[in-house]
Ligand binder design. Structure first.
Ligand SMILES: Nc1nc2c(ncn2[C@@H]2O[C@H](COP(=O)(O)OP(=O)(O)OP(=O)(O)O)[C@@H](O)[C@H]2O)c(=O)[nH]1
Ligand SMILES: [Mg+2]
Length: 305
């Protein structure tokens, strides 16, 4: 796995930054070639720094998927912004992901929405912009004013069009980023796709399935804690505690005749089975933990604090 010739071998971290919903987690999964981070159509899905590892013949990249930078208040948002910033500061290369489709017909919003990110990466050398979701823009000439506005805001940075969902431009993105990484040998075995523990990934998968099954404020009121994880032969037994903020959330998450929880649990179990290659027995409970999103102890148990 390790290349003898370290002079030509590169190792380093690439952080993916951007507003919530820009497609950071989708891009990381695409580049790694495996689903490492959960993805939903709603903003503020990612709550922690998620790593994904891509190993090539002469490089190894650790991607850092960060929570979307946001301006909302509260302890959890404070944590999200801090996690995002720490991710950026420790990276060798920063890719700022922009949902280009969002600005078609309203390029003036770019200045307003991305000014904060621009300030955050001031002073970093290896930064470039990935204009994502180009597949969504049917008439490509509509992209030009948006790209122009991006170029005005980030005059010293290169802009690459990509589609995280269909892979367009992703090879060019890697070809641009890899030479910017420092020389060094690989740190992780070739088959390793993340530095995250499997139990964290399992908790995230459960959260994704519940996120997809619920609406409005409920997805944001959810947190998943793994209570137990035991492995015997080819069977993993997992107990997951689902925290919600109020009683009404609890009934929604359980659903009529337990339907919501049952469906989410079944989908999560199947995905955890394919991730681990083992049979999974998944038990879930829902607990009303008022203020879990402001409670230092619970946040810290969940890896957020
Ligand atoms: N059409 C299209 N949709 C995309 C693309 N990239 C991401 N999406 C969709 O955009 C939504 C958000 O994607 P995520 O990867 O969760 O975005 P994120 O930046 O990680 O969002 P947060 O974790 O909330 O900060 C999902 O519905 C994705 O399927 C793309 O290139 N094209
Ligand atoms: Mg994300």
């Amino acid at each position: 796995m390790l290349t003898e010739n370290t002079e030509n071998h590169r190792f380093g971290t690439i952080a993916l930054a951007g507003l919530p919903n820009a497609g950071k987690s989708t891009l990381m999964n695409r580049l790694v070639g495996e689903k490492v981070a959960i993805v939903t159509p709603r903003p503020q899905t990612t709550r922690n720094r998620i790593t994904g590892i891509l190993t090539g013949k002469d490089f190894q990249i650790v991607f850092l998927d960060t929570p979307g930078i946001n301006k909302a208040g509260g302890r959890i948002n404070e944590f999200l912004n801090k996690a995002a910033m720490e991710g950026l500061m420790s990276a060798d290369v920063i890719i700022i992901l922009v949902d280009i489709a969002r600005y078609v017909g309203k390029p003036h919003l770019i200045q307003k929405e991305l000014g904060l990110l621009k300030d955050r990466v001031r002073g970093f050398a290896n930064v470039f912009i990935a204009a994502n979701k180009v597949d969504k823009v049917k008439d490509k000439k509509n992209m030009l004013p948006v790209i122009q506005e991006l170029a005005d805001l980030f005059p010293e940075r290169d802009i690459l069009p990509v589609s995280a969902i269909n892979g367009e431009g992703c090879r060019a993105l890697l070809e641009k980023a890899i030479p910017l990484l420092p020389q060094g040998t690989a740190l992780y075995p070739e088959e390793q796709i993340s530095t995250l523990p499997l139990r964290f990934m399992a908790a995230e998968i459960i959260r994704e399935k519940l996120f997809m099954q619920t609406r409005q404020e409920v997805p944001y009121a959810l947190a998943v804690e793994i209570e137990y994880w035991t492995e015997q032969d080819n069977l993993i037994r997992i107990g997951a505690l689902i925290h919600v903020l109020k009683n009404s959330h609890k009934s929604i998450v359980i659903g009529k005749k337990g339907h919501v929880l049952k469906t989410a649990g079944m989908e999560a179990r199947q995905e955890i089975e394919s991730l681990t290659g083992k049979k999974v027995f998944l038990e879930t409970w829902v607990k009303v933990s008022p203020g879990w999103n402001e409670n230092r102890d619970i946040l810290s148990t969940l890896g957020m604090g």
